[in-house]
Ligand binder design. Sequence first.
Ligand code: NDP
Length: 434
Amino acid sequence: ELRNANEPEFLQSVFEVAESIIPFAEEHPKYKKHKILERIAEPERAIIFRVPWLNDEGEVEINRGFRVQMNSAIGPYKGGLRFHPSVNLGVLKFLAFEQVFKNSLTGLPMGGGKGGSDFNPRDKSDNEVMKFCQSFMTELYRHVGPDIDVPAGDIGVGAREIGFMFGQYKRIKGEFTGVLTGKGHEWGGSLIRPEATGYGVVYFAQQMLHTRGDSMEGKTVIISGSGNVAQYTAEKCIEVGATVLTMSDSEGYIYDPAGIDKEKLAYIMELKNVRRGRIREYALKYGCEFFEGQKPWNVKCDVAFPNATQNELDGIDAQTLVDNGCFCVAEGANMPSTPEAIHVFEQTRILYAPGKAANAGGVAVSGLEMSQNSLRYSWSREKIDSKLKLIIEQIHHVCVKYGRIDKDYINYEKGANIAGFVKVADAMIAQGVV
Ligand code: NDP
């Protein structure tokens, strides 16, 4: 704890996992003997580098770049790049740590990593974003590769940024390889990758509801965020007959009592992905309310999807959700619920799935993108969507296996932590003290 005292998010994620793993390791002494928990919480390496670039005024700007290579016991490092002013080493260590368990849960051979920069792509021109991405990759290229470390997108890194970084990698190395996932379909990207995280979160919620003989059809839903994960969560919810009441960004949330339908969602996608505008414009266009500076957690709903960022839902928000009748929470974001919020969900025994289980669909399809790149082949939408569904079902299955408390209650957090841990821990033991 002392060693990482200035990294609160990292400590939070390690404590959350340790709570499940310590009792499990008591029952299975080999994990204690080999000090797996102590080793798994230390990155194999963390790289920090300068990212200088020229803005449109010709001035020099300097950002800090990072790549945390957390664990490679079961495959090359894999995990997204985040560009956001809040990025620092502690945030990326928490994300990389979560990624190790998530990637293990997918059943695919991927280790865990995460990276990014404190660069803020918002308010930057395309030209500035390109210059930044090229400078970022000019250092990162030394540390990544299709068999070493394969980054993807995350907050602030979408198709545009992946394109610029891929172009620079190819230019420096002189080879066309699957060094990044989330690429455009015409140049090696997988179908369904943009949709995968959001669709997967809804597939996971469906699995949880099935355990209670229920389904998503007819449910009221609230979503936070309006980025990649939020958009495709909304798309799938609409498709399965649920009513999406809210979406948000860092300025506030919109509440549409009539429901965000397909056409309104198309407007949001154009607003956010093409015009790079603010969600408040939705309220003006469709004549509904915008709640400045607020989060949507006091809106009455059946199912909630926190899909923006870490620690966006606290204990009071969780109690409000439950008091208003919400009985299912599936996390699209990484660690959006604080420890107090998770405590409320567990005490009230509602259906609650942590991000490492519920949002693993994104990295799963990234893994499938790696396979397609290695094969130099492209699978159909149907094939990938059915593989995604199957992977989510399997993750749900192992969460139930390790997380069942009694006949009426499954602790998905405990199940995901233990199931993710076992595979990595056994590989670490087999590979010796490295
Ligand atoms: P995007 O950048 O596409 O969207 C992020 C959304 O969250 C935006 O609406 C943004 O609002 C909002 N947001 C970001 N930071 C904050 C903040 N500090 N406070 C309030 N709102 C904020 O990112 P993604 O949709 O890709 O990622 C969302 C979450 O999902 C993250 O936790 C990410 O780690 C996780 N995730 C993403 C995966 C993926 O495949 N993309 C896979 C698994 C997890 P604004 O526009 O105002 O900044």
